[in-house]
Design a protein around this ligand. Structure first.
Ligand code: FAD
Ligand code: MLT
Ligand code: ZN
Length: 504
């Protein structure tokens, strides 16, 4: 019997709304908050609506303002557009017909998956046509032996995990937004998440892509093989390009075998230094069974405990480390874990800890990590930074930032995928605040750049970080990106104002 991960650590995250919490006031329009200028695009008229209805039928061409609103505002409440039309295609051919028409009319398009993106990429900036992939949710095929899933891009990640787990497989990606985000959104952002340390990023796990170009051309780059060295590796253009080069309609994903033995340890530590030593020991002692390595600082855990009225299994420590192992033999894995924990405690690196393979306890421990993001959003507005930093300086920026924002913020905390050198630095406050904004940006990016880190480890560039891309990419690289955009989307209709630096 498999004990697939899906049944162990999945919470019901349906409460994660498609967008900003409805209880809060609507955020400012993006054009006002960030003073952006609308591009030279056409505006929608009645003939356009009639044409869209002829492609997707009137029931999937939505023009009612209140129905469109959740698609106009992002999850964080950081950006808001004012699109007047939302289209919900069901097939690749419909996507193709929509884009062909928009391209000929020079109508801008914002493609949208589950709208869980954290960089303002998923919603229109002005009045772009919203292309929701929500109804493109067919699972086409699972090859149990080869470990391959073929599905449409609008499938929800958690649904895919449930589906493949019935075949003894697992998805190579997992993240807190699993109940809402789409696999197409994951691939478009090259999302990282909680299992990257084990399975690597999506450039390695996406075997095939079907995508539609701005002019409506359907590109069939589907493949069921890990090995395919024929010509330019075009599928990679769509992985992580955040909908600016094409719309992903179908995917083939390599799915690893589901693990029969899953253990989770939640450890309390006195310092970041002790945490680093524990991470190194975990890599050496646990080796191939290590499947997650997450840092949580005291204030991040506090947010979760307060907002969700939860209890921690440990008393208070400056740092916590959540380690997960996934293997095929419980006895063997437990032996390794015991050896690792005993040695680390003897050395004094770990002060306290709990380890479990009981389904409900494993789930409760993961909940402490996975809900930090939503707990912070519940507190008000969050300035969110997702950076790659060298492990030797990984946490330094958190106290530096605390000092910079002082009492203006509720909370400055750090958590993240320390196993992959990816820190999530978060500054939460009552509402969007220009003074905090000025104190954190561009400081955080300059700081990251000096350490040769990345200004976006996994969330992407979207709308919010376009002006900071230069901190991680040289001018020559930016120019090549612009040239590629011009070749793939000469009229610039796909996700304008996103990824590439803006003129204003
Ligand atoms: P959306 O938010 O709808 O869109 C994101 C971008 O992809 C946009 O630019 C959009 O235009 C584009 N896009 C979407 N679908 C398509 C398509 N079919 N074709 C072309 N372009 C498309 N991210 C991580 O990397 N790691 C994490 O651990 C993580 N955890 C999260 C936890 C929570 C609670 C939340 C709210 C978010 C988290 N995220 C994380 C961010 C987010 O979930 C991911 O970026 C996710 O991959 C976005 O998927 P989505 O379907 O919601 O896409
Ligand atoms: C996470 O790891 O929890 C996500 O990337 C979301 C976040 O940064 O809050
Ligand atoms: Zn993350």
């Amino acid at each position: 019997m498999y004990r697939p991960l899906a049944n162990i650590w999945k919470f019901n995250f349906n409460s994660l709304k498609r967008c900003y919490q409805s209880s809060k006031a609507l955020p400012d329009l993006t054009k006002d908050r960030y003073a952006v200028k609308r591009g030279d695009y056409a505006t929608i008229d009645d003939n356009d609506i009639k044409h869209f209805e002829s492609i997707v039928s009137s029931s999937r061409c939505i023009t009612d303002t209140s129905d469109i609103e959740p698609y106009n505002v992002d999850f964080l409440g950081a950006v808001r557009g004012y699109s007047q039309v939302l289209l919900k295609p069901k097939t690749t051919e419909e996507v193709s017909a929509i884009l062909k028409y928009c391209n000929s009319r020079k109508l801008a398009v914002a493609s949208q998956g589950g709208n869980t993106g954290l960089v303002g990429g998923s919603v229109p900036v002005f009045d772009e046509v919203i292309l929701s992939m929500q109804l493109m949710n067919k699972i086409e095929h699972v090859d149990e032996t080869a470990g391959i899933l073929v599905c449409q891009s609008g499938c929800i990640l958690e649904k895919l995990e449930e589906h493949v787990s019935n075949c003894g497989l697992s998805m190579p990606i997992d993240l807190g937004a699993k109940g809402t985000c789409h696999i197409g959104g994951n691939v478009s952002t090259n999302a990282g998440g909680l299992r990257l340390i084990r399975y690597g990023n999506l450039h390695g796990n996406v075997l095939g892509v079907e995508a539609v170009k701005a002019d409506g051309t359907i590109l069939d780059l589907m493949s069921n093989f890990k090995k395919d060295n024929t010509g330019y590796h075009l599928k990679h253009l769509f992985i992580g390009s955040e909908g600016t080069l094409g719309v992903i309609t179908k995917l083939a994903i390599a799915c690893p075998t589901a693990s029969k033995a899953v253990n989770v340890a939640f450890l309390g530590l006195e310092s970041y230094d002790a945490l680093l030593k524990t991470f190194l020991a975990a890599k050496r002692d646990l080796g191939e069974i290590l499947s997650a390595c997450e840092l949580i600082d005291k204030l991040s855990l506090e947010a979760v405990l307060q907002q969700y009225k939860l209890n921690s299994p440990l008393s208070e420590y400056p740092f916590y480390l959540l380690l997960e192992t996934s293997g095929s033999n419980m006895e063997h894995d437990e032996e390794k874990i015991s050896h690792f924990l005993e040695s680390a405690m003897e050395r004094g690196d770990i002060l306290d800890g709990t380890v479990t393979n009981e389904t409900s306890k494993v789930a409760r421990i993961w909940q402490l990590r996975e809900t930090i993001s939503t707990a912070l959003v519940k507190e008000g507005y969050v300035f969110k930074y997702d950076v790659s930093l060298p492990l030797s300086h990984f946490y330094d920026i958190v106290p530096v930032m605390r000092e910079r924002v002082g009492d203006l913020a509720y909370r400055v905390c750090g958590y993240g995928h320390v196993g992959d050198s990816n820190l999530h630095l978060n500054v939460s406050c009552a509402e969007f605040n220009q003074e905090i904004y000025k104190r954190v940006e561009p400081f955080v990016y300059e700081y990251t750049s000096k350490l040769r880190g990345s200004v976006s480890a996994e969330h992407g560039i979207g709308f919010l970080k376009t002006n900071y891309l230069k901190y991680s990419k040289q001018p020559e690289a930016l120019n090549l990106m612009k040239e590629m955009k011009a070749v793939m989307d000469p009229n610039g209709i796909l996700n304008p104002y996103k990824v590439l630096p803006r003129q204003n």
